[in-house]
Design a binder for this molecule. Structure first.
Ligand code: PEP
Ligand code: MG
Length: 762
C-alpha cells in the first residue's frame, strides 16, 4: 500500500465516524462533501439524493458548486452523467466530462470550470439513494484509488442516509414519509381527522353494581340500538347496489352482535358476578381477545375489540359514531371495521389510513374493490395527525405528512394525469383487444365481489377468468349454506350469461383466513391451503360444487377451477366429486345438466414437471402467477422486505411461463394467466410475446390492457420473446419490453404517473 492509499484509508475511517455523529442529515451531508473533497484533492464534491417520487436526483450538498443550487438543481434518473450513474447503478470516471454525449449542462450549478468527473451510486439494500460526485478542473481521469475510495465510502454512508431519510426528506421541502404494509386505490389529499372510539378497553376499570337487572337491561338496549343502526345502514347499502359490502357490514362486525354466547357470557358477568354492564363487556371481550391473539384470525380479533369498545362507549354515554364532517378528509384510525369502508363516502372521507392491517382483511378487500385510497399497517402514533395535511398514496403504500405546496402540486399533477389516462383508456373500453397484426386477445375479469350494478361490465371484458369464491366466504360470518351460495353464483352467471365464468373452488389458508375456520400454522404458505383443505373437508367442497351446478343448470356458462394443485390425485378426486354432483343434481332437477368445463390452476412449481399428465385430465388450465412466482422464486408474496425479488422478468419465470404455454398449446388445451401480472401492461406484453392470448385481471385494469393490446404487434413481440428467453438478468429482459413499449408510444402506459420506478418518456 503506497502513501496515498494509506492516507485515503485513514480519511475513510475518519469521515465515516465524523459523519455518523452529526445530529441532522444536512450537517452530515455538508461535512461529508467537504471532507471528501479534501481527502481526494478534487476541486469539487457533491451529493445528489433521489427525491421522494424516485424520479429525480436533486443536489443535496456541495463543496465547489453554487450553494444556491442546493435543493433546486435536479436531473431525472437517466439524465446527464449523474442520472446515468443512478440509472445504471455503475460508476463513471471521465477525464473530459463536457465532451461526453451524456453530459447535461445545468446553468444554475456553475460547473463550467470542471472537466474530470467521477460519480458513484449510493445504494442501500439495492435501492438507489443518491449519487456521489467529485470533479476537478484538470482534464485527468481520477483512477482506481479514488474510485475504490468513493465506492467504499458511499457504501458506508448509505445506511446513515437511509435512516435519516426515513424520518425526514432531506430536500428543502420538508415532509414526513411513512411506508405502510399495504395500500389500495390511488391518491387522496386532504386534512386528516383522527377517529377512534372514545373509550378503549384498557381504560375501563372494573366496577361492581348493586342493581344488576338495570345493568343487564342497559346492555341489551345498547346492543339493540347498535343492531338497528346497522340494519338501516345495511339496507342503505343494498339499495345502492352494494350487496357484498352489506354482507361485510353484517358479518365481519354485526354478526358479533348476534353472537348469543357473547351475550350469555356478559349476562353471567353482570348477574352472577355483579359487574356493571361496561365492566362485563370488558371482562368478556378481553378473555376472548386473549384467545384470539394467539390465533391467525386477525380480522376476528379486530372486529371483537372494535365492537366491544363501541358498546362500552355507548354504555358510558359517549357517542362512538363517525364524526360529522363538512369537507373531504382523510380518516386516520387505529383499525377500521369493514363495516365502515362502504360508508366512508357518505361521511366525506376521500381516503383512510390505519395503524393495524390484516393482510387480505375484509377492510382491504372492500377498500380495493371500491377503489378507496388507503394505506394500512402504519407503525406510528396517528394521534399526532389531527388537522394536518396528508397525502395518501395507495399505489405505493405511502403516507406523506405536511407536504410542501410543491409536493402537493406534484401529486395533484399525478392525480390529473392518472385521470387523463383513465379517460383515454375509458374511451376504448368497449373495443375488443385485437393487436395491430390482427390477433384477438381475450381480456377477462377477476372478480370476487358482485358488480351487479355495473350493467355494462360484460361489454368491457370477455367473461370472468377467475371468480374468487373465498371473498364471499370471507365476508360471511359463518360457513355459507347451499341456498346462500346458489344465490351468489346465480347472480354472477346471470350477469355474464353470454360469456363463460370460471369459478374457483374455495381457496383459503395461506394468507386468506376465514374467521370461522381458524388455521394455526408456523408456515401457512406451505401449509393446509386451497384444494388440500377442500379435499380434507369434502362436505365444504360438495356443498360448493352443488351450489355451482344448481346455478349452472339455469345459465350453462360455468367453468370450474381447482386452486393450489400439487398432485394428480387431487385433480382426480375433485373431478370424481364433480361428476357425482352433476349426476345428483340432474336427478334431483329431473333434467340432464351439461358437465361444466373443468380446469386447474398452475401455481405450484411441481406441475411444471407433470404437465403431460395434468393436461390429460383437464379442459383448461390457468396460471396463478402470484403463487407460482412466490414458490418458484422462494419469495413471500406479502412480505415488503423481499418484494423487490418478486420479479416477473426473472429469467426462470419467463422460461417457466414459456414452457407451460407451449405444453398447453401442443395439446390444444386453453391456457390463461389470472395472476396480477396479466393486468400489468408491461408484464402482459411479456405474456403475449410468449404466446399467451388469454389474460384475466381486476376490473380497474381491463381498459388499460385492452388499450395496450390494440397498440402492439404480436409478431414483433414474439421476436422480443425469443430474445428474452436467451437473456439471464431480469433487468435486461425488462428493458427490451420497455424499449418496445416506448417505440409504440406506450411508455407512459407501462409506467403510470406516480409509480415508484425509474420513469421513462415516450
Ligand atoms: C394467483 O396465485 O396468482 C391467483 C390468481 O390466486 P390468488 O392471488 O387468489 O392466490
Ligand atoms: Mg393463488
Amino acid at each position: 500500500m503506497d502513501d496515498r492509499q494509506s492516507h485515503m484509508l485513514l480519511a475513510l475511517r475518519q469521515i465515516t465516524e465524523n459523519v455518523s455523529v452529526q445530529s441532522t442529515l444536512e450537517d452530515a451531508m455538508s461535512l461529508l462533501v467537504v471532507s471528501i473533497r479534501k481527502a481526494t484533492g478534487a476541486d469539487c464534491c457533491s451529493l445528489y439524493l433521489v427525491d421522494s417520487f424516485k424520479k429525480f436526483l436533486k443536489l443535496a450538498a456541495t463543496d465547489g458548486l453554487s450553494k444556491q443550487a442546493v435543493g433546486k438543481a435536479r436531473l431525472r434518473i437517466g439524465e446527464g452523467l449523474v442520472g446515468s450513474v443512478g440509472e445504471k447503478q455503475e460508476l463513471i470516471d471521465l477525464a473530459d466530462a463536457p465532451s461526453d454525449p451524456k453530459f447535461k449542462y445545468l446553468p444554475e450549478v456553475g460547473e463550467d470550470e470542471f472537466f474530470s468527473f467521477l460519480g458513484v451510486p449510493v445504494l442501500n439494500q439495492g435501492e438507489l439513494l443518491g449519487v456521489l460526485v467529485i470533479q476537478s478542473k484538470e482534464r485527468r481521469q481520477f483512477g482506481p484509488v479514488e474510485e475504490s475510495f468513493l465506492v467504499t465510502l458511499s457504501a458506508q454512508i448509505a445506511s446513515i442516509i437511509a435512516v435519516s431519510r426515513s424520518q425526514k426528506d432531506s430536500s428543502s421541502e420538508s415532509v414526513q414519509a411513512y411506508v405502510g404494509e399495504q395500500g389500495t386505490g390511488g391518491i387522496a389529499i386532504a386534512k386528516a381527522v383522527v377517529w377512534q372510539p372514545e373509550v378503549q378497553l384498557a381504560d375501563v376499570t372494573v366496577q361492581h353494581t348493586k342493581e344488576p337487572e338495570v345493568q343487564q337491561e342497559l346492555f341489551h338496549q345498547s346492543l339493540f340500538q347498535l343492531q338497528t343502526e346497522m340494519d338501516l345502514n345495511t339496507l342503505h347499502m343494498s339499495e345502492n347496489g352494494k350487496k357484498d359490502a352489506a354482507f361485510g357490514y353484517v358479518s365481519g362486525y354485526g354478526s358479533l352482535l348476534d353472537d348469543t354466547t357473547f351475550q350469555d357470557d356478559v349476562d353471567t358477568e353482570i348477574m352472577a358476578n355483579g359487574l356493571t354492564a361496561a365492566s362485563a363487556v370488558k371482562v368478556v371481550a378481553e378473555r376472548r381477545l386473549s384467545d384470539l391473539a394467539s390465533s391467525e384470525d386477525r380480522d376476528g380479533y379486530l372486529d371483537l375489540r372494535d365492537m366491544s369498545e363501541i358498546i362500552i362507549s355507548r354504555l358510558m354515554n359517549f357517542s362512538s359514531r363517525a364524526p360529522e364532517l363538512k369537507e373531504d378528509v382523510v380518516l386516520a384510525v387505529r383499525s377500521l371495521p369493514a363495516a365502515m369502508v362502504a360508508e366512508l363516502k357518505r361521511y366525506r372521507v376521500c381516503g383512510f389510513i390505519s395503524m393495524e392491517s390484516a393482510a387480505n382483511s375484509h377492510t382491504s378487500v372492500l377498500a380495493r374493490d371500491l377503489g378507496i385510497p388507503s394505506v394500512s399497517g402504519l407503525h406510528f402514533d396517528i394521534n399526532t395527525l389531527n388537522g394536518r395535511t396528508v397525502i395518501v398514496d395507495g399505489m405505493n403504500s405511502e403516507l406523506l405528512v405536511d407536504p410542501s405546496e410543491s409536493i402537493i402540486a406534484e401529486y395533484r399533477q399525478m392525480m390529473l394525469s392518472g385521470r387523463e389516462q383513465e379517460d383515454l383508456f375509458s374511451r376504448e373500453k368497449y373495443k375488443e383487444a385485437v393487436s395491430t397484426d390482427g390477433v384477438r386477445v381475450r381480456v377477462e375479469l377477476n372478480a370476487g365481489l358482485s358488480h351487479e350494478e355495473m350493467t355494462d361490465l360484460p361489454e368491457q371484458c370477455d367473461g370472468v377468468g377467475l371468480y374468487r369464491t373465498e371473498i364471499s366466504f370471507m365476508m360471511s360470518g359463518s360457513l355459507p349454506g347451499e341456498q346462500q351460495q346458489v344465490q351468489w353464483y346465480r347472480s354472477v352467471l346471470k350477469q355474464f350469461k353470454k360469456q363463460s365464468v370460471t369459478m374457483r373452488t374455495l381457496d383459503v389458508g395461506g394468507d386468506k383466513a376465514l374467521s370461522y375456520l381458524p388455521i394455526e400454522e408456523i408456515n401457512p404458505a406451505l401449509g393446509w391451503r386451497g384444494v388440500r383443505i377442500t379435499i380434507d373437508q369434502p362436505q365444504i367442497l360438495k356443498t360448493q360444487l352443488r351450489s355451482m351446478i344448481i346455478a349452472h343448470s339455469e345459465y350453462g356458462n360455468l367453468q370450474i377451477m381447482i386452486p393450489m394443485v400439487s398432485r394428480l390425485s387431487e385433480i382426480v378426486t375433485c373431478k370424481r366429486m364433480l361428476s357425482q354432483v352433476v349426476k345428483e343434481v340432474s336427478a334431483q332437477l329431473g333434467r340432464e345438466i351439461p358437465m361444466p368445463k373443468f380446469g386447474v390452476m398452475l401455481e405450484v412449481p411441481a406441475v411444471i414437471y407433470m404437465m403431460d399428465e395434468i393436461l390429460g385430465e383437464v379442459d383448461f388450465v390457468s396460471i396463478g402467477s402470484n403463487d407460482l412466482m412466490q414458490y418458484l422464486l422462494a419469495v413471500d408474496r406479502g412480505n415488503q422486505k423481499v418484494s423487490r425479488f418478486f420479479e416477473p422478468f426473472h429469467p426462470a419465470v419467463v422460461r417457466c411461463l414459456k414452457q407451460l404455454c407451449d405444453k398447453a398449446g401442443q395439446r390444444n388445451i386453453p391456457i390463461t394467466v389470472c395472476g396480477e401480472i396479466a393486468g400489468n401492461p408491461l408484464d402482459a406484453m411479456m405474456l403475449l410475446s410468449l404466446g399467451y392470448t388469454e389474460l384475466s385481471m381486476n376490473y380497474s385494469e381491463l381498459a388499460r390492457v385492452r388499450y395496450t393490446v390494440r397498440r402492439v404487434s404480436i409478431g414483433a413481440l414474439k421476436d422480443i420473446g425469443e430474445q428474452a428467453l436467451k437473456l439471464c438478468h431480469s433487468e435486461d429482459i425488462r428493458k427490451i419490453y420497455l424499449d418496445y413499449a416506448q417505440s409504440v408510444g406506450l411508455g407512459r402506459v407501462v409506467m403510470p404517473a406516480g409509480a415508484k420506478h425509474i420513469p421513462s418518456d415516450d
